[in-house]
Design a protein around this ligand. Structure first.
Ligand SMILES: *[C@@H]1O[C@H](CO)[C@@H](O)[C@H](O)[C@H]1NC(C)=O
Ligand SMILES: *[C@@H]1O[C@H](CO)[C@@H](O)[C@H](O)[C@H]1NC(C)=O
Length: 166
């Protein structure tokens, strides 16, 4: 009997200690962190240039204010029929809580690919597939293979609702 009593006392003491300490808010494991709302989405490679400019604003439940992001990156050559690869760390935002990537696989004008736009807010990555139909390629001059425009022509405002588990 004595040993059982001691164990009970220890157990109760443990419970008392736990409740006396600040308890962290429970993590919403099953709830998606988004949606992340994107507005003003712009991505364009101007003709006769190999450089791409990206711009957008993002708002998310965990962000107190909308965050503005941009990038200016080289596609490799002015005849590109794809948008530049924004690798992790290459995009800028005016908040350290947000990072992003944009990957448009290379493809000929007649054989284009969807792009993948990832936005990470407070460590939670959301993924948005940009349909290939939303990326416009203009071969401006059939005699000049370096004179191509590539730009995003889809909706400038959309929600990111896919949050891949990693
Ligand atoms: C982002 O939001 C700011 C502030 O409202 C605005 O001035 C800017 O034009 C927006 N950027 C884009 C790409 O829409
Ligand atoms: C974007 O996220 C997807 C899904 O997690 C991942 O497969 C892909 O590699 C990411 N893209 C980049 C450029 O990191």
């Amino acid at each position: 009997m004595k040993s059982i009593f001691s164990l009970t006392t220890m157990f109760l003491a443990g419970v008392g200690l736990t409740t006396a300490n600040p308890v962290p808010a429970p993590q919403a494991d099953t709830t998606a962190p988004g949606p992340y709302h994107i507005s003003g989405f712009f991505a364009s490679k101007a003709h006769l240039s190999s450089y791409c400019r990206f711009e957008f604003n993002v708002s998310a439940p965990s962000l107190p204010d909308p965050v503005t992001c941009s990038a200016y990156l080289d596609t490799g050559f002015s005849g590109a029929t794809w948008l530049a690869y924004v690798y992790e760390g290459a995009g800028n935002c005016n908040s350290g809580a947000v990072t992003w990537t944009f990957w448009h696989p290379r493809g000929a004008e007649t054989d284009r690919n969807d792009a993948v736009f990832n936005v990470t807010v407070d460590g939670e990555k959301g993924t948005y597939i940009v349909p290939k139909e939303d990326i416009i390629v203009n071969l401006n001059d059939v005699n000049n293979p370096f004179d191509n425009d590539v730009f995003y022509g889809g909706p400038r405002e959309f929600d990111i609702v896919e949050f891949p588990a990693e």
